[in-house]
Design a protein around this ligand. Structure first.
Ligand code: GLY
Length: 399
């Protein structure tokens, strides 16, 4: 049968409506990185109409650049509220990944082997011995390994290693798998994810946010979440007093091709360099910590630092082909802690400043921000991270 064809006379030209009619959502999330997507997913699950507006491609900023370590026990020296936040984030992670895999059918490479933190000098050994005693007192799962035990677990570790700590509960995940699955999950739950849309400014009615003005028109929404990573500070329309005071901190990373099976089962962590084995045979070597503004280049000095660090931990890596190098800009607040919750502008929320822990904290951030938006509640764990800690002290308070 010949396909039905309309007579030309009845074919009206289809024109995209470019009038003043605004689009509408219950909530607009600005930024389609792992944090914005995790927040959006949680709000979609609660039945909200959510739109994520991403300037470039979802998850291709710091979320893509990260190494995916979920490592509060290695990363933190003090049991402060930031550590508690990260440890809570870790407790929820494996369950979150399982759910996300079921929802989306996306593969997510998750490694729960644990992390090894080796000492290569007397000074570091003394620090790790103190850390070991403290963590044991605090009930943190940690094992002290002799050189022989460490090298039995990871034979490619340098013979310069003096001793090591093993943290069985610190994990790592392929962060790129997570953002891909999250974007799919948001869409599956009815959320909109718009790429290539730049938010020009927030729109206010008096003190209250009522939407955003974008390169794709106006979006009305009574609630707006700033999840713009290291650019979170630069959103027009936000009162200077209520800006999210984060800056970019560059991390350069490289990947080695180590063969079908990576030489390590554990992630090898030090504060200078870390080696993260992926199941596809890559070994991620990260990361520098640099104040370079918004310059996201890879530099000779940065790569050299990573090479030196990696070869110090495992000299055998010298024969591995270098597969790729890249860099990302971590969002870091003035005090180094995340910025979570209601800003001083009614309806405007912040979910930013996660620094080295954005991948780890994404699911928990989704839960906390949803709680703040939907129930107007500040869970106790979120209290130290509220944006108002940066707000100027009123003159009368200062006296
Ligand atoms: N999460 C480790 C880093 O940001 O380098």
């Amino acid at each position: 049968m010949r396909p039905f064809r309309k007579e030309a006379a009845f074919c009206l030209p289809v024109r995209k409506w470019r009038g003043p009619v605004a689009q509408r959502s219950d909530i607009v999330v600005i930024g389609g990185g792992i944090i914005g997507l995790a927040v959006a997913r949680k709000l979609c699950l609660a039945g909200c109409a959510v739109t994520v507006l991403e300037q470039h491609r979802t998850g291709r900023g710091a979320s893509w650049a990260a190494a995916g370590m979920l490592a509060p026990h290695c990363e933190f020296d003090e049991p402060d509220p930031y550590f508690i936040l990260c440890r809570t984030g870790l407790e929820r992670y494996a369950g979150f990944i399982e759910t996300l895999k079921e929802e989306t059918g996306c593969p997510i490479d998750y490694n729960a082997t644990g992390m090894i933190y080796p000492a290569l000098s007397d000074r570091r050994q003394a620090k790790l011995e103190t850390r070991y005693e403290r963590h044991r007192r605090e009930g943190v799962p940690v094992e002290r390994l002799t050189v022989r035990e460490a090298r039995r677990l990871e034979p490619d570790l340098s013979n310069q290693v003096r001793m090591a700590l093993r943290y069985p509960d610190d994990h790592q995940v392929e962060n790129r798998d997570v953002v891909t699955a999250l974007a799919k999950s948001v869409r599956l739950h009815g959320g909109k994810v718009r790429e290539g849309v730049t938010v020009r400014s927030i729109v206010l009615d008096g003190p209250r946010v009522t939407g955003v003005d974008t390169t794709d028109g106006l979006w009305n929404a009574p609630k707006v979440v700033i999840a713009m990573g290291c650019r979170s500070r630069y959103l027009d329309g936000v009162s200077p007093a209520h800006q999210v005071p984060v800056r970019p901190v560059r991390g350069q990373i490289l990947a080695l091709r180590t063969g079908a099976v990576p030489p390590f089962r554990h992630t090898i962590f030090t504060h200078e360099v870390y080696l993260v084995p992926r199941s596809d045979g890559r070994l991620i070597v990260g990361a520098t910590i640099e104040e370079a503004g918004f310059r996201d280049e890879v530099t000779l000095g940065g790569v050299l630092q990573l090479f030196r660090g990696a070869l110090g931990l495992a000299p055998g890596l010298a024969s591995c082909p270098l597969e790729s190098t890249w860099s990302g800009l971590r969002p870091v607040a003035r005090d180094g802690w995340p910025v979570l919750g209601a800003t001083g502008t009614p309806g405007l929320f912040a979910a930013s400043g996660h620094g080295r822990n954005g991948i780890l904290l994404a699911p928990l951030t989704g839960d906390l921000i949803a709680e703040a938006i939907l129930n107007d509640r500040v869970p106790a764990i979120m209290q130290p991270f509220l944006p108002d800690r940066f707000y100027p002290i009123e003159p009368e308070e200062a006296n």
